[in-house]
Design a protein around this ligand. Structure first.
Ligand code: COI
Length: 354
């Protein structure tokens, strides 16, 4: 985007907003009126535009569909107590999509394109940000390769799109997980840290097998030994053992979650012992048996803070402590929510108010 580039705006003739039942919003199925689109060609982002949400004209040979050059982000906007709209930590999502793009041989996405597109879209669709305290506007920025070419090489052309969905909870109940010790999500030198579409596609088959047995999600373990916990399919995972918060280090194999970082920042600020270190599956099983495992939870933009109530480890179901007695995860959830909605001071400067 150069200084002279502006965002062309084509609005819908009739908003779909009056048709939405905000008392029953399923996650990820209702889309706001508009989307932001930008195209990359000849080494430049161009044709920045807001247009009605709807089908994109694509040819069957675009390389994203065949070779998977496709990355995305997940972020949220919140209705604050005073009615204004708050984007939570958008620059962290920008940084991560830039990191993902580099790993997947995709072009650098400048801050101006990401932030100006985001602001313009949210300005136009601001009425879609839910009022209800339990709900928010989920924002999905993504970039994909558009070369009309059958051959393995990085594409020369791309599109970057942002669309939004009003959402409620991703998980409607506390989560049951199975610790996966055969399949792998990522490895040293792989793409685990990137929010690449293919990472999620490759995880579907093992996750489906666990879901058929009644678990919501997998907890991935390291690909070499399957003895160390990495992350879950939709979120990073954390444990409170005794008085210590433990989570796997954000190395190249796991996604550096924005919620993960927010929780660790709060925990350190509150003086809780925090250990970012390899977490053995066996130590969690032993802690549960000894009664020192106090809490297990996932952290993610969609999932927020998701209590884990059951973990299947090597075929054995471990029923974890009750959700009501969980001091720390409930405090993380409430504090993050209060900050996002302007009820608590934003001492880490996470909020970006429109
Ligand atoms: C997010 O938390 O934003 C994600 O991308 C995860 C997905 C399950 C919605």
């Amino acid at each position: 985007m150069t200084e002279t580039q502006t965002i062309a705006i084509q609005k819908v003739s009739k908003s779909r907003l009056p048709d939405v039942d905000f008392d029953h919003i399923p996650f990820g199925r209702i889309f706001t009126d508009h989307m932001f689109v930008a195209d990359y060609a000849d080494g430049q982002w161009k044709n920045l535009r807001i247009q009605p949400y709807g089908p994109l004209a694509l040819t069957p040979s675009i390389s994203a569909l065949h070779y998977g050059q496709s990355i995305f982000e997940g972020m949220k906007a919140y209705r604050m107590e005073d009615g204004s709209i708050n984007l939570f930590r958008p620059f962290d999502n920008l940084k991560r999509i830039q990191t993902s793009a580099e790993r997947m041989c995709m072009p650098f996405l400048p801050e101006e394109v990401f932030m100006e597109g985001l602001k313009a879209l949210l300005h136009i669709d601001q009425a879609w940000v839910p009022e209800k305290e339990t709900d928010s506007l989920y924002i999905r920025p993504f970039m994909f390769a558009t070369d009309d070419y059958v051959g393995i090489r990085p594409s020369d052309t791309y599109s970057f799109v942002i669309f939004c969905c009003p959402v409620g909870a991703y998980y409607s109940e506390p989560v049951k997980v199975k610790v996966e010790t055969y399949y792998s999500r990522s490895m040293e030198g792989g793409t685990g840290f990137a929010k690449a579409a293919g990472n999620y596609a490759a995880a579907l088959y093992p996750a489906k097998q666990a879901q058929a047995k009644g678990y919501h999600q997998l907890v991935w373990t390291d690909s070499k030994t399957h003895q160390f916990i990495e992350e879950s399919g939709t979120m990073n995972v954390m444990f409170v053992v005794g008085d210590t918060l433990i989570t796997a280090p954000a190395d190249e194999k796991i996604l550096k979650g924005v919620t993960r970082d927010s929780v660790l920042t709060l925990a350190r600020d509150w003086g809780l012992n925090v250990e970012e270190r390899p977490v053995r599956v066996s130590e969690i099983a032993e802690a549960q048996k000894k009664g020192t495992l106090k809490e297990a939870f996932g952290t993610g933009t969609a999932a927020t803070i998701a209590h884990i109530v059951l973990m299947n480890i090597e075929g054995e179901d471990y029923h974890l402590p009750s959700v009501e007695g969980r001091v720390w995860s409930n405090r993380f959830l409430k504090t993050l929510d209060d900050i996002k909605r302007g009820k608590m001071i934003d001492k880490f400067a996470w909020n970006f108010i429109l």
